[in-house]
Ligand binder design. Structure first.
Ligand code: BGC
Length: 796
C-alpha cells in the first residue's frame, strides 16, 4: 500500500467519507490530513464546467469552453495525432478552469444505431475505438489533467440504462465489447474509469467484482481509480468489495452508516476500504500537479482553430458526381434551417457552452459573396408550405443549391433512444421539391449517428459533417470549396434500412433484460459476414483525389509479430490524406467468427503523384479468439487473408498467410453463428450461453426499489400524482409547457420518471430521502398504512 502512513492516521469514518463525493462535482477535502478536494467536469468533446448548480444532463449553465466535434465525428478522422491534440487541448482548458478530472472519453460500442448516445462514442469497431480513446487520454493526461474512461461496460442503450441487465456471451464480451477499454487501459493508463449504470449478467457494474477487479485490475493491470457514473452506485458494501473507489456525486453520506456497521460486524473487510482510499490518494497526487505553464493566454482562440482542423478532417464525402469542390464565387443558395442554426453537438451531460459558433451559412460566406438563404423547413417536423415554396423559388435562381439536412435535437440525446433511423419528413419533402427544379444539389448532412438515406440519389454530392463542433460550419465550407480535401471515413455502417440491422426486431423489446443474441456480429462484422448490402460501408469516404495501392509485403518476426507494408500513390490532381485499413480474414473454418475484422490502419498525406510506404504492425492478438474453456486468448492454426482496403468492402490488396496455433475446431453451436441467415433466436443463443432466468416485469405487490415512477404509475395513484408533479416541474424548467417534442423536456422527463426509486436519493439527496422512497414503494405495492407507519418511525 502506497499511502500506509496517511491511511493509518485516518479514522474509519474519514476513510468511508473520502470514498464518496463532497458535492455534485467535487471530492472531499480533509485539511487536517492535507488531502485536497478534486474538481470533476464532463467531457468528452469539450469541458462542461458548472460553477453554479450542478446537473448531469446539461441543463444548468456551464462556463464557455471549446466545443470540439463529438466522438462519432472525431473518429472519422482516423487520426491518432489529431485526437491526441484534442485531448491535450481539453486538458489545457481544464487546467485553466481548475478542473482536475475530465469525464471522458466514452468508448462504448455501437451495438445498434438507435442508441441515443451513439454520437458520444467513437465507433462500431473496438480496435479503432480503443486506439482513438488511448490517443485522447494520452493528450489530456499530458497536461497533468485526469480522465475518466466511460461507461464501463456494456452501456449500449439509453433506454432503461439504469436498470437493464445485459445478457452476453463471453466471446462477444471479450472480443467485441471490452477490447476498446482494454486497449485504452493498457496503452494510455487512464487515471480513472467510470462504471456504467446497467447490470451485466444480473450484477450491477458498480458491484461487479469480476468486471472491476478480475478483468480490469488483475488481467489488464489497471492501476487507477474507479468511480461510479452519476448515481450508479447500487450496493456500497458490494461495491467496496468489488474495488469501486469513488461514489459520485455526493449522496450526502447515504451509505456511510451501513458501511461502518458492515466493517464492525465483519461482513466487510476494512482492508477493502483501505485499498480504495489508497487508490484515491494516488489519484489525488496524479491530478493535482497540473501543468499550468502549458496553458497560453490564447488557449481558446487556438482551440477554436484546432476544432476547425478536426472538423475538416472528420467530414466524410459520401458522394460526388463531379460537382465538388465548388468554384469560388459560385452563385449559391444555402437552404435549410440547420445551415443557419447549426446542430453541432448532442444533448445531455456532454453538452458544452461554446466559446463561439460558426454556422454553415457563415462558413460559405467566407468563400462567395453571392449567397442567398432560405430556411426551407422548421426544426419541428411539420411541413410549412410557405417556407418550402420560398426555398424552391430561390433554388431556381442559382447555379448550386447547398441543402443542409439531418437529425434535429429531438433524435439524439442522452437518456433516450431513437425509435427509427429516418431524418425528419419535412426535410425529405423539401429535398424532393428542390430536386424537381434543380439538378445541382449538394447535400450537407448533420447528425451524430447513422441514418437511412433512401433519398441519396437526389443529391449530386453528399458531405456528411456529423456533429462537428463550434467550428463545423467553417470546416464544411472549407471542404465544399476545396480549401481542404475531404479525408474522413465512416466509422460505422450506414445500412440501407433499419430492418437490415441484425438486432433491429429485438433491440428495444424488453429493455429491462437485454440478451445480445447476435453475439459479436454488430456493424460491419455482421453485414460483411452475412453478405448483406449496405448504403455506405464501415471505413467508406471519398476524396477529391484518388489513391493507388501496390506492393503489399509481409515481414514476419519470431514472436508471431509481423509488419505489413504497401505503397500508396496519389494518382489524382490534388494533395490529400488516405486512410488505409488492414483487415484480418480467417480462411480456415474453426470457431465461428466475423468474416473480417479491422486490426490496423494508417493515415498518410500525399502530394499529387507522390508515393509513400505504409507499415502496419500485427501481433498474435490480431488473430486470436477468446477461448472460454481456457479463459485465455488463443490463435487457431490455419490460413488467414491479410487485406488492405479503402473501406471494409473495398479490399485493394490481399495476401494469404499461414499461422500456427491450436487446432481449429468447429464450435458446437447453432448454425446461425456460422451462416447468419435470418434472425438469431433465444434457442440459438442458448447454444452459446448458459440458460438464464427470464425477467418478469413486476406488478403491484411485487414492485421493488429498481422500479420507477413511470413503471408503477398505471397501478398506483401516488405514482401517477408524482409523475404529474415531475411533468409540471420539468415543464416549468423548460419553457412552461408539457411538450414531449421539446428535446430538453423529453430528455429530463424520460430520465426522471424512469429513474429507479433507489437512485432518487442519490441524484437528488436534497429533495428525496431513502425513507420517502420506501414509503412510495409501499404505497405503490398497496401498503399505504405500513408505509406511513415506517415513515413515521423512520424504520428504513
Ligand atoms: C452520464 C455520464 C456523465 C455524468 C455526469 C451521467 O448521466 O452518463 O457520462 O459523466 O452523468 O454528468
Amino acid at each position: 500500500m502506497k499511502h500506509q502512513e496517511t491511511i493509518s492516521n485516518m479514522t474509519l469514518e474519514q476513510k468511508i467519507a473520502l470514498c464518496s463525493g463532497q458535492s455534485f462535482w467535487e471530492t472531499k477535502e480533509f485539511r487536517e490530513l492535507s488531502i485536497p478536494s478534486l474538481f470533476l467536469s464532463d467531457g468528452p468533446h469539450g469541458l462542461r464546467k458548472q460553477e453554479g448548480e450542478g446537473d448531469h444532463l446539461g441543463l444548468n449553465s456551464s462556463v464557455a469552453t471549446t466545443c470540439f466535434p463529438t466522438a462519432s465525428a472525431v473518429s472519422a478522422t482516423w487520426d491518432v495525432e489529431l485526437i491526441t491534440k484534442m485531448g491535450e487541448a481539453i486538458g489545457k482548458e481544464a487546467v485553466k478552469l481548475g478542473v482536475n478530472i475530465v469525464l471522458g472519453p466514452g468508448t462504448n460500442m455501437k451495438r445498434n444505431p438507435l442508441c441515443g448516445r451513439n454520437f458520444e462514442y467513437f465507433s462500431e469497431d473496438p480496435f479503432l475505438s480503443g486506439k482513438l480513446s488511448a490517443a485522447w487520454i494520452h493528450g489530456c493526461q499530458s497536461t497533468g489533467t485526469g480522465v475518466s474512461l466511460k461507461h464501463f461496460a456494456l452501456n449500449n442503450q439509453e433506454l432503461k440504462r439504469m436498470t437493464t441487465d445485459v445478457i452476453v456471451d463471453e466471446r462477444a464480451m471479450r472480443e467485441y465489447y471490452l477490447p476498446a477499454f482494454e486497449i485504452a487501459v493498457k496503452e494510455a493508463k487512464p487515471t480513472t474509469l467510470m462504471c456504467a449504470y446497467n447490470k451485466i449478467e444480473g450484477t450491477y457494474c458498480s458491484d461487479n467484482k469480476r468486471l472491476l477487479h478480475t478483468i480490469l485490475r488483475e488481467e489488464w493491470g489497471f492501476d487507477g481509480a474507479v468511480m461510479t457514473d452519476w448515481g450508479a452506485m447500487n450496493d456500497r458494501i458490494d461495491a467496496f468489495k468489488a474495488g469501486l473507489d469513488l461514489e459520485m456525486p455526493s449522496s450526502k453520506g447515504s451509505f456511510d452508516k451501513k458501511v461502518k456497521v458492515a466493517v464492525e460486524n465483519g461482513s466487510l473487510d476494512e482492508s477493502d476500504i483501505d485499498n480504495c482510499v489508497d487508490r484515491l490518494l494516488t489519484l489525488i497526487e496524479r491530478t493535482t500537479r497540473q501543468k499550468s505553464g502549458a496553458v497560453t493566454e490564447n488557449v481558446f482562440e487556438d482551440n477554436h482553430e484546432l476544432a476547425r482542423q478536426i472538423a475538416q478532417a472528420s467530414g466524410v464525402l459520401l458522394k460526388n458526381n463531379d460537382i465538388l469542390p465548388l468554384e469560388k464565387e459560385a452563385k449559391v443558395a444555402i437552404i435549410g434551417k440547420l445551415a443557419e442554426s447549426p446542430r453541432y453537438q448532442g444533448s445531455g451531460s456532454s453538452q458544452v457552452t461554446p466559446t463561439k459558433l460558426v454556422s454553415l451559412l457563415d462558413g460559405v460566406k467566407t468563400y462567395t459573396k453571392d449567397v442567398s438563404f432560405a430556411e426551407g423547413y422548421t426544426i419541428e417536423d411539420h411541413v410549412e408550405e410557405a417556407l418550402q415554396d420560398k426555398a424552391v423559388t430561390l433554388a431556381e435562381k442559382v447555379d448550386v443549391v447547398i441543402l443542409c439536412i439531418g437529425l434535429t435535437d429531438i433524435f439524439e440525446s442522452e437518456g433516450f433512444d431513437r425509435t427509427h433511423m429516418q431524418i425528419p419528413q419535412n426535410q425529405i419533402q423539401l429535398l424532393h421539391a428542390l430536386s424537381e427544379v434543380h439538378t445541382n444539389i449538394v447535400i450537407v448532412v448533420v447528425g451524430g449517428s447513422a441514418i437511412e438515406m433512401p433519398w441519396e440519389k437526389k443529391g449530386k454530392a453528399i458531405l456528411h459533417m456529423q456533429l462537428s463542433g463550434q467550428a463545423g460550419g467553417q470546416a464544411a465550407a472549407d471542404l465544399l470549396f476545396g480549401a481542404v480535401n475531404p479525408s474522413g471515413k465512416l466509422t460505422e455502417t450506414y445500412p440501407l434500412t433499419y430492418d437490415d440491422v441484425v438486432n433491429s426486431t429485438y433491440y428495444q423489446k424488453n429493455p429491462r433484460q437485454t440478451p445480445y443474441l447476435e453475439s459479436m456480429y454488430c456493424g460491419y462484422r455482421y453485414f460483411t459476414s452475412a453478405n448483406k448490402k449496405v448504403r455506405y460501408p464501415f471505413g467508406y469516404g471519398l476524396s477529391y483525389t484518388s489513391f493507388d495501392y501496390s506492393e503489399m509485403k509481409i515481414q514476419r518476426s519470431n514472436k508471431g509479430e509481423m509488419t505489413v507494408t504497401a505503397t500508396i500513390e496519389n494518382t489524382g490532381q490534388r494533395a490529400g490524406h488516405e486512410v488505409v485499413q488492414l483487415y484480418v480474414s480467417p480462411q480456415t473454418v474453426g470457431v465461428y467468427r466475423p468474416k473480417r475484422e479491422l486490426k490496423g490502419f494508417a493515415k498518410l498525406y500525399l502530394e499529387p503523384g507522390e508515393s509513400k510506404e505504409i507499415a502496419i504492425q500485427l501481433d498474435t492478438r490480431s488473430f486470436a479468439i477468446y477461448d472460454e474453456r481456457q479463459s485465455d486468448w488463443v490463435v487457431e492454426s490455419g490460413s488467414y487473408l491479410l487485406q488492405l482496403g479503402a473501406n471494409c468492402e473495398d479490399i485493394r490488396l490481399e495476401e494469404n498467410i499461414k499461422v500456427d496455433g491450436v487446432n481449429p475446431v468447429r464450435s458446437d453451436c447453432s448454425d446461425w453463428y456460422y451462416t447468419l441467415q435470418g434472425e438469431p433466436t433465444k434457442e440459438d443463443f442458448l447454444t452459446i450461453h448458459e440458460p438464464y432466468p427470464e425477467y418478469v416485469p413486476k406488478t403491484k405487490g411485487t414492485y421493488d426499489l429498481s422500479n420507477s415512477i413511470n413503471e408503477m404509475k398505471e397501478t398506483s395513484l401516488v405514482c401517477r400524482l408524482i409523475f404529474k408533479g415531475i411533468e409540471k416541474r420539468i415543464a416549468m424548467q423548460t419553457g412552461g409547457e408539457v411538450d414531449y417534442k421539446n428535446p430538453e423536456f423529453k430528455m429530463l422527463m424520460d430520465t426522471s420518471s424512469d429513474l429507479p426509486l433507489k437512485k432518487m436519493p442519490l441524484l437528488a439527496p436534497d429533495q428525496m430521502s431513502f425513507p420517502v422512497v420506501h414509503f412510495i414503494l409501499d404505497t405503490a405495492n398497496g401498503q399505504l398504512f405500513q408505509g406511513l407507519k415506517k415513515l413515521i418511525k423512520k424504520q428504513v
